[in-house]
Design a binder for this molecule. Structure first.
Ligand code: URA
Length: 208
């Protein structure tokens, strides 16, 4: 199957998934959106009200802010893939639970493998925890890390910055680093090799 077909298949599977309790309140599963050959993949938390209604990721208030952040660095949605660690909306936008995250993770793993992005940007702590389970976002945000052979850049969630305005300039400054990181990742292909999970601890890249 081509990467496009894999993403379409995941999209279809997510609509009928019953791996966790979140399917009971699902209107639309939100697998993600963007080109299968995207160089950069943004991973948020999970669908909110508007995403559950439409099936499209980041279409509510935090999505508008995400679009603004992207525009400031000359990117738009057509060039990036945007997904989530959880594909169905947690009721009342509560935090996703451990069992729900575990049940949904294989979809995200398949998406990452299919897209094979140069850079993964995690938005918020749940997405960060997938790659950097012991990190504190206040300490590592905006720093490029090599995680199992992939370049991962943890960032605050746009919704957090909407609630706490003091985070907005921090998030903007972290986004401003992305064009350079993408360019550098393109010329450092060894960081894109898949390293077996148990062989490598996350580490900050000195080159960045
Ligand atoms: N917040 C997220 O984390 N993901 C979405 O898709 C929308 C809001």
């Amino acid at each position: 199957m081509s990467p496009e077909e894999i993403l379409q298949q995941i999209q279809a599977e997510v609509q009928v998934c019953t791996r966790c309790e979140l399917h009971h309140s699902r209107k639309h599963g939100v697998s993600g959106a963007g080109p299968a050959n995207a160089e950069i993949m943004f991973i948020g938390e999970g669908p909110g009200f508007h995403e559950n209604e439409t099936g499209i990721p980041f279409v509510g208030g935090s999505g508008k802010f995400l679009d603004e952040l992207l525009m400031e660095i000359g990117l738009n949605r057509d060039e990036i893939f945007v997904g989530n660690v959880i594909k169905c909306r947690p009721p009342g936008n509560r935090d996703p639970q451990t069992a729900e995250l575990a049940a949904c993770d294989p979809y995200l793993e398949r998406q990452i493998a299919a897209i094979n992005p140069r850079v993964i940007v995690t938005l918020g702590r749940f997405s960060m925890a997938k790659f950097l389970p012991n990190a504190k976002i206040s300490e590592v945000h905006g720093q490029a890390m090599n995680v199992r052979g992939r370049l991962v850049v943890p960032m605050y969630h746009p919704a957090a910055a909407l609630h706490q305005r003091s985070l907005q300039p921090i998030l903007k400054a972290d986004f401003a680093k992305l064009p350079e990181l993408i360019a550098q990742a393109a010329s450092a292909p060894e960081y894109m090799d898949d390293t077996p999970e148990d062989k490598e601890e996350p580490k900050q890249l000195s080159m960045f």
